[in-house]
Design a protein around this ligand. Sequence first.
Ligand code: IYR
Length: 218
Amino acid sequence: MADNYSFIPFSHSELTENEILNRSISFNLLMQRRRSIRSFSDKPVDRLVIENLLLTAGSAPSGANKQPWFFCAVADPVIKRQIREAAEKEEFESYNGRMPDRWIKDLEPIGTDWHKPFLEIAPWLIIVFRQSANTSGDKNYYVQESVGIATGILITAIHNAGLCTLTHTPSPMDFLGSILNRPANEKPFLLLPVGYPAMDAMVPDIHRKPLPQISMFY
Ligand code: IYR
């Protein structure tokens, strides 16, 4: 049965055109400083911060407002070790035969390999699950899109809080559902280690595509 919503006035305070322009500039400058980080410090991050980041992610729009996401936040070192061991086992197979040559070549300049020490070192691992259906088997709508948007908002919130993350995609990653005891209607979507960068963290000198390469105005 669908919920019946009552409709309430939208509360919105309009900014001046100048404020809108300034905010669009400063938020872009903030987000241009976001980088995927692969070496983390083990410095702890308060659970309250993680809770706020997850609430922010949960503000994402979703198909028919089904909110088809679930977030597992792992700080327990025993579970982190299990996740690292299982991920490295799969990644070893991927880097040594499962990934086609072109893919391996595309990753070479980024310098990734099957070793995933950040899965134990980062103080938190957030595992994002997508719920293809509810527990009664009713299918959700636009699940990939909804969970993708929620994950984007989560990554933005992590960066805005002054922390770092990596969009890690161990493949296949069904082991995450078993280790974390998730129900059958949920499938792992992405894994985000969250924390501070290591003091000596390095990032590849990549550049973002300029506006004409990513857009056209009509
Ligand atoms: N999942 C592997 C491989 C990998 C794939 C892509 I596409 C990347 O941009 C980076 C890595 C891994 O996490 O190492």
